[in-house]
Design a protein around this ligand. Structure first.
Ligand code: GDP
Length: 545
């Protein structure tokens, strides 16, 4: 059976109905609960707990590794796809733990908008701030959802003020809570002043009973509470799509994911305001930019237009999910064209053909073979062991393309790795290459220690735990990891190397891309060195700095 020939217009239409988003939040704000609620609402799953299994809940779909189970954290990212109305939503999961910020960063390169989830009683928390910063740098527009409104929390205006003061994002409310957090009565719809009230159903069930009131009825029914909410909501500017897309404002919604309050409004907001996949910037000077469709009407295409032949980039590699099969899954974000399973694409980095016979959608642990995908979708390529994070794939029938390299966070933790059993050196070396390709840790080769004792660099120490676990259980090469007393890395040019080498307390290492890094104990040592070596240029490497 031959595949139907699709016109560029069909690809554009498919792209236009897609929304690819990620939820960012501080741990415990309710990301897993919200993800479930969103998918449940769109009927993608039939019971809560099927997406994320955490303590006590039955499903453990996105928790692959034992570490995740024992530590109760989600390290791996699952991509969830579901239809909602006429739209297709791709919801990419992000690890909540700060130690895996790099992973989250990569996921954010693959989405078109993010939902910033806040706990009503906590407001902006450290991890939210860091992730928000990544969104700003990448130009990812942010919708804010204030969760747990069923419990006592901060005052609404205080939360709004916090957003504006601390991250410079002006909140534009779509809904407004009636009754302060903890004495929550319902939600005001700012657009038409109607109200939905919620009452806990008897018997302890989580789902709340909803009643709808038009504006006039709501004012009569809820009196003072309604008037207060109405007045407060109108102190802020209304939603404006242009400034939202420009990263200046954030549409704000309130609710309680656990009770399914405000979840439908959030989904509807994603459809209405979040951008459809747009032309993706390329790393080759936009040489491939073609006039043509941008799925999001009204924006000038500046790079690889969505209706050009297939192209995509690897934003995440995941391995070790299935111990019986040396599993190596590359997640590809489709940027343009139609992906069809079985097509032979070009692997830009090597110039070699790559067969896509085993293409899957990844829904937590459940996988299904997918036959086709469109811009904004995520394709899981199985056993793609020569693909690395940041690699571009494209249809050789179309123009070649290279998407920008994946930026890395500066490592702040360093440890020397050595194989425990010298008889396992071969496995150890192979594992090092793979962990580095997947971006589990950054692998640095020290001038003084050599290849046999690579230095691992990480944003958070839990990355070391993952590497150690996999080294032992997946590669059968248990290793020793000795923590080093460095916390800052700076890039140095080869001209300055000699001077850096001759200084004490600094270790010089080489990154796989050939860059030289100098490792310092802390920022004070960096400053001290800079004062005494004014000619030497120390270059910060943090994508988030
Ligand atoms: P994550 O770490 O961000 O994924 O957070 P979880 O989804 O695991 O939620 C953390 C805790 O907050 C859990 O005990 C949830 O049941 C609870 N929670 C999530 N949403 C709500 C909500 O809307 N209201 C209340 N009261 N609790 C919630």
């Amino acid at each position: 059976m031959s595949a139907p020939v699709l016109s560029a217009a069909t690809v554009t239409a498919e792209a236009r109905r897609r929304r690819s988003i990620a939820v960012i939040s501080h741990p415990d704000a309710g990301k897993s609960t919200l993800t479930e609620a969103l998918a449940l609402h769109a009927h993608a799953i039939d019971r809560a707990g099927a997406v994320h299994g955490k303590g006590g809940r039955s499903g453990t779909v996105s928790d692959w590794l034992e570490i995740e189970r024992t530590r109760g954290i989600s390290i791996t990212s699952a991509a969830l796809q579901f239809e909602y109305g006429d739209h297709m939503i791709n919801l990419l999961d992000t690890p909540g733990h700060a130690d895996f910020s790099e992973d989250t960063y990569r996921v954010l390169t693959a989405v078109d908008a993010a939902i910033m989830l806040l706990d009503a009683s906590k407001g902006l928390e450290p991890q939210t701030l860091k992730l928000f910063d990544v969104c700003r740098r990448r130009g990812v527009p942010v919708i804010t959802f204030v969760n747990k409104w069923d419990r006592p929390g901060k005052a609404v205006l205080e939360l709004c003020d916090e957003l504006e003061q601390r991250i410079g994002l002006r909140p534009t409310p779509l809904s407004w809570p009636i009754g302060e957090a903890g004495r929550f009565v319902g939600l005001l719809d700012r657009a038409d002043a109607s109200v939905r009230t919620y009452r806990k159903t008897p018997g302890g069930a989580n789902l709340a009973e909803e009643t709808y009131f038009e504006a006039a009825d709501a004012a009569r029914e809820l009196g003072e509470d309604y008037a207060t909410a109405y007045d407060e909501a109108h102190l802020l500017e209304p939603v404006d799509r242009e400034s939202f897309l420009a990263g200046k404002t954030t549409p704000m919604l309130f609710g309680a994911a656990l009770a399914n309050i405000g979840v439908k409004q959030l989904l509807d907001t994603v459809l209405e305001l979040a951008p459809a996949p747009r032309a993706q910037p390329t790393d080759d000077g936009g040489a491939n930019a073609e006039p043509g469709a941008d799925a999001d009407a009204g924006t000038e295409p500046v790079a690889r237009a969505v209706d050009t032949p297939f192209s995509g980039f690897v934003f995440k590699i995941q391995a070790g999910m299935d111990r019986n099969h040396r599993d190596h899954l590359a997640y590809v974000r489709v940027c343009s064209g139609r992906f069809e399973r079985g097509m032979i694409v070009t692997h830009e980095r090597t110039g070699r053909p790559f067969a896509t016979k085993y293409a899957q959608s990844v829904f937590g642990r459940d996988r299904e073979t997918i036959e086709e995908a469109f811009p904004g979708d995520v394709v899981g390529l199985v056993n793609a062991s020569n693909l690395t994070v940041g690699d571009t794939l494209f249809d050789p029938d179309g123009p070649s393309v290279r998407f920008p390299a994946m930026p890395a966070f500066a490592p702040e933790h360093f440890a020397v790795a050595s194989v425990r059993d010298p008889g396992r050196s071969k496995q150890f070396r192979k594992a090092i290459t793979q962990l580095e390709q997947e971006g589990v840790v950054q692998v640095l080769i020290s001038e003084s220690r050599g290849d046999a004792n690579p230095i691992f660099g990480a944003v958070g120490p839990l990355q070391f735990e993952v590497a150690q676990f996999r080294m032992e259980h997946e590669f059968g090469a248990p290793m020793r990891l000795d923590t080093l007393g460095f916390s800052v890395a700076r890039m140095v040019t080869s001209e300055d190397l000699a001077e850096v080498r001759s200084s004490t307390g600094i270790e010089v290492v080489r990154r796989p891309d050939g860059a030289w890094l100098a490792l310092f104990r802390d920022i004070w040592h960096v400053r001290g060195f800079e004062r005494s070596h004014q000619k030497v240029q120390l270059i910060p490497l943090d994508a988030s700095e």
